[in-house]
Design a protein around this ligand. Structure first.
Ligand code: E4P
Length: 218
């Protein structure tokens, strides 16, 4: 499973990139707003740190304007992936961009019918939002299972299922059990993945016993 980080914070991206865990980055207009920085500067900086796909989202909602913005974003670096919303105009832009060889991430997916449309439009990634579905009392992970099953029925579909709106490690593990291709994970959740109380207590016991030996290594 590929790990993307869902943030526009450079310090977090730099830290995580150094661990070797990062396969890509996703941003959205809210994350760019939170960073307080210019989108072109942030995306350029992220692309210089992470060689994998870096999603940059268009803000336009109309087809021609989306393509104009996509051209500006694409020019930043070859690993920019254009993120478009799952709307008729977004999917039309997805089709045009994918036809010319640009990677496209179709975002704001909340149904398997939408995921099927995105695949037919040539999306490189479909982003179903599990956390936001859970928030309204639906089971976000059921949607991931449905999309993976549907895509697996058609080997010609190359679209990768990118699980988005991940809120906790359980979301990630459930998505991995289903066989989703990618998870985009907030930095706070990536850090939680390391933790287990038995790891901490086990390490403390080892260090205490080691201190009693008075030895050093090397
Ligand atoms: C990623 O591409 C999505 O924009 C993001 O995961 C949404 O997460 P949220 O529902 O926590 O805002």
């Amino acid at each position: 499973m590929k790990f993307f980080v869902d943030t526009a914070e450079i310090a977090d991206i730099r830290d995580l990139a150094a661990t070797g865990l990062l396969d890509g980055v996703t941003t959205n207009p809210s994350l760019i707003a939170k960073s307080g920085r210019n989108i072109l500067d942030v995306i350029a900086e992220i692309c210089a740190i992470v060689p994998g796909p870096v999603s940059a989202e268009v803000a336009a909602t109309e087809y021609a304007a989306m393509l104009k913005e996509a051209a500006v974003l694409k020019a930043i670096a070859p690993n920019v992936t254009i993120k478009v919303p799952l709307t008729p105009d977004g999917l039309k832009a997805c089709y045009a961009l994918s036809q010319e060889g640009t990677m496209v991430n179709v975002t704001l997916c909340f149904s398997s019918a939408q995921a099927l449309l995105a695949a037919k439009a040539g999306a490189s990634f479909i982003s179903p939002f599990v956390g936001r579905l859970d928030d309204i009392g639906q089971n976000g992970m059921d949607l991931i299972a449905d999309i993976v099953q549907i895509y697996n029925n058609y080997p010609a579909i190359r679209t990768e299922v990118l699980v988005a709106s991940i809120r906790n490690p359980i979301h990630l593990i459930e998505a991995a059990k289903i066989g989703a291709d990618v998870a985009t994970i907030p930095p706070s959740v990536i850090r939680q993945l390391y933790n287990h109380p038995l790891t901490s207590s086990g390490l403390a016991a080892f260090l205490a016993d080691w201190a009693k030996t008075g030895q050093t290594i090397g």
